[in-house]
Design a protein around this ligand. Sequence first.
Ligand code: ADP
Ligand code: ASP
Ligand code: MG
Length: 426
Amino acid sequence: MSLIVCKFGGTSVASPERIQKVAARLIAKKQEGHDVVAVVSAMGKTTDELVGLAAALNEKPPAREMDRLLSTGEQVSMALLAMALEAKGYRSMSFTGRQAGITTDKTHLKSKITGIAADRIMKAVNDGIIPVIAGFQGIDENDDITTLGRGGSDTTAVAVAWGLNADVCEIYSDVDGVYSADPRVCPRARKLDFISYDDMLELSSAGSGVLQSRAVEFARKYKVVIHSRSAFSDAEGTYVQEKAEDMEEAVVTGIAHDTSEVKITIRGVPDMSGVAAMVFSHLAGANVSVDMIIQNVAEDGRTDISFTCPKGDMAKAMETIGSIMPEIKARECIFDENIAKVSIVGTGMKSSPGVAARMFSTLGENEINILAISTSPIRISVIVRATEATHAVQCLHTAFDMDSDSVFVETALSAEEIAAKMQKGR
Ligand code: ADP
Ligand code: ASP
Ligand code: MG
């Protein structure tokens, strides 16, 4: 008998019928003799709708109130799932983040989990109850509700699995595991049976939405095994775990794309020491998450500095740069939202020269212009025009010999849900 934490994402609990299916899955596990703990996301697009409601009333909603609002989505689905389980004759209780003992730091909207006191959940398990925990939320030292960033229910699940010393953390979504690229963008993507924490973390950080990067980071740190699998089938998914000695090491494990960033360019900056330091320390002070940085060659003593950051940080970034324009004596500051980051990832890259050359020549042959480049030892990222992202992912997937013989077939979602997924670049 084992203890399994099962996390269900928004599409898996989008309707009463789907919640019934989730309940049936939990009951089946119970009948096999396992103890189960569920973690749920908000139903369907609830979180996006709540964000929209807030925006209708306040252009810059206070972060504390935003967290209070967003945390309600998960509280609906947790209660409904507990009711569905009870209706089928199984004892269940729902728990908010606070009731589940999840404490976080005070950074509203992207809080980090600082601790979990799992005794109340453990007691429920020992009493034969199926606990259902609201994902994505915790409580800070002021007793205020916090949320863990978009996709944060994954992190709740991993933290709960760690706190309960569970055997595995199963993360159910609308695809049957981690693929070599988003299968909705690259239908020839291949489902991976295993992926190492390092590769997964790099893919998630590069924008592969299937697992939140914080969740992978937490899992890697505390050695929690994640099983990413489908809520709509019984197929085995992908195990995210420590790299085993005999695990095959591909040069490129996967490709991620990310349309959630914006490129900001400060033009005509004097080419002298201290300017970059001033720009980026002010951005850091304003809590802007800067990703790539590009400084062009100077001409006539002036240069351009570009950087990318999440679209959500754009207003803050533009405001910050605006406030220091007189000091840095720049000519103007412009932004470009129509960009995408495409990254190839693989720990095998370290011992394989020529990967970058192959990537760039493939993009060149396909007439895809590269706007910026950044690398880590196991990742190469390029910025391209957003309209060229799908083509870039597909041609790189082919060039690095990753194409599967079969084509991904949609089994779970409605056309409307697929459309919503495709334009997710938050
Ligand atoms: P949930 O709402 O259940 O948390 P998500 O939408 O966060 O689910 O994650 C699942 C989605 O991640 C899939 O629908 C798929 O389009 C996308 N995705 C992106 N990259 C990958 C990948 N490499 N493998 C599988 N799915 C991916
Ligand atoms: N409901 C939150 C979101 O949509 C958290 C999650 O689903 O993991 O981002
Ligand atoms: Mg998710």
